[in-house]
Design a protein around this ligand. Structure first.
Ligand SMILES: Cc1cc(N2CCCCCC2)n2ncc(-c3ccc(F)cc3)c2n1
Length: 257
């Protein structure tokens, strides 16, 4: 039995290595965005509390961040907490909003070592002070880093983002800081939380759900979508390679023929 497990693991490793070698021969998506779904289901399958799935999912964040950075991905955006998540039970929300400081408290030295730049995308005002302090400290400690931009969508909602951008733009028009005929998609993008970041090339959503859930509604206009039944806590480097391989096999036309 042990021999069979070792043989299986050997095959898995060689499959993973050969797939990584394969995708490295072709352009790697510059910006990958991930809806990290399936954490509660992962816990339920093991008769564990939902928060155990969130905690396991946090370990997957580290694993996939390292894998993306080693591939040369430029931006990795992770949907960590949506504006809709406030509707969850208070105990679960409190647990979730402690994860940023737990993750950074453990892995920030490693992120700095790996030249990763931490960034936040979302509405900061409603976040607890302890959460914001941890993230802003990490952003300050990594602002000079030039490797992977690890962009956490925290208290983020696509419609909220667009509405805030329109309001700020309307103020600028009313104050004659810009006229509506000067407005372009590029200028509008600067009003979004994701300003200065390139749009995602590849969106990955785990756990089999096939919907956007109010995520990066403007920015995903031309992205390739990849859906997998794998639950986020089980998502590994080979699953990432499979998603990138699928992306590379598709011909992107950006609306052209
Ligand atoms: C709210 C939340 C939930 C959260 N989960 C773990 C991953 C699965 C999805 C939900 C639960 N993770 N994982 C890492 C962070 C995080 C956020 C900001 C930051 F600067 C550093 C780490 C995180 N934040």
């Amino acid at each position: 039995m042990l021999k069979k497990i070792q043989e299986w693991r050997g095959k898995e490793t060689s499959k993973s290595l050969s797939l990584k070698e394969e995708i490295m021969k072709h352009p790697i998506p510059e910006h990958i965005a991930i809806i990290m779904d399936g954490n509660g289901r992962w816990a339920k399958k093991r008769a564990l509390p939902r928060v155990a799935g969130h905690h396991e999912g946090m370990k997957t964040v580290r694993k996939i961040t390292k894998a993306a950075n080693s591939l040369g991905v430029k931006v990795l955006t992770l949907y960590a907490f949506s504006t809709e998540n406030w509707k969850r039970p208070k105990l679960e929300v409190d647990f979730l909003l402690k994860l940023p400081e737990e993750f950074l408290g453990t892995f920030l030295p490693e992120l700095i070592e790996e030249n990763v730049q931490v960034r936040l995308m979302g509405n900061k005002t409603d976040l607890p002070d302890h959460t914001l302090r941890a993230v802003e400290h990490a952003m300050d400690q990594t602002k000079e880093n030039t490797g992977l931009v690890l962009n956490f969508a925290l208290n983020y909602g696509g419609r909220d983002e667009i509405l805030r951008a329109v309001k700020a733009l309307a103020d600028d028009v009313n104050e004659n800081r810009i006229s509506s005929d000067q407005l372009t998609e590029e200028i509008f993008s600067e009003y979004l939380f994701s300003n200065l970041l390139p749009d995602p090339d590849l969106l990955i959503r785990t756990s089999g759900e096939i919907r956007l859930s109010n995520f990066m509604l403007w920015q995903l206009a031309y992205a390739e979508f990849y859906f997998t039944d794998v639950l986020w806590p089980d998502f590994n480097e080979n699953n990432l390679y499979e998603a990138i391989n699928s992306f590379q096999l598709r011909g992107r036309r950006f609306g052209g023929i």
